[in-house]
Design a protein. Sequence first.
Length: 283
Amino acid sequence: MTIEDEENRPLLSPTTVKYNTEEQQSQVGKKHKSWLWKSDSYSWSLATLILLFLTFTALLYLIFEYNLPEMNPHDKEKIKFPRNLEDLRQLNAILSIYIDHHFINVYTTFIAFYIYLQSFSIPGSMWLSVLGGTLFNFWLTLFTVSMCSAIGASVAYVISGSLGSVAVMHLIGNRIAKWNEQLVQHKQHMFNYMIVLRVAPFPPNWTVNLGSPHLGVPLGVFFWGTFLGVAPLSFIHVQAGAALNRLADKLDLITPTNIICLVAVAIVALIPVIVKRRLETSE
């Protein structure tokens, strides 16, 4: 195999990445040895995923029940996950009453919910980002949201690369194989590529979270690329939360200014890659 062939070789071949048989799983395991425990059984892998989800859900319920300050029944029955602007305003009105004397309780519960959503790719983290902007200091919320996104995505990465490995590859192996065809072109600039993926999520974030450990993306690169990559969009969400009282009946985040800012961030992340390629070409 020539050096050129090695550079263009996919991190994992599409035929291997499907994981439709235990033999294929064994072959990939030999190629990418993991320091994480994994099962060779699809049934055990799927059962483990379900058990982990139920365990995390139970822990979140306990945090909600016992970590939040004691509330009167009227307020507590109105506590629910926000799905629209009206829910946000109602939740903000209730939590604002308790946050002055129970800041740590509200803040840690917010963190737990955010990491939970990110860990299992459950939609709704945008609403939490906006809520955080209404409840907490702007910069504290931006840092918290970015860090929770990175931690939650890393939890998904670890689960996918270990306990749930076989089930993940059996269920979405074809999607990961398609992404592999793009990823191989950026393996020398993985960190910059990860940032751009978070700014413009194509493929979707859940595919990146679950597929990265199977395509040789280092966990450190994955974590910090996610932390920095989600910051621009999180900035927009948190900013909207800080201005919640001035918002109309619709939360409009897709504005020309916001789009220009996101594109600018993606371009900045790509500049080192472009410069390096130009230098290599000139040599």
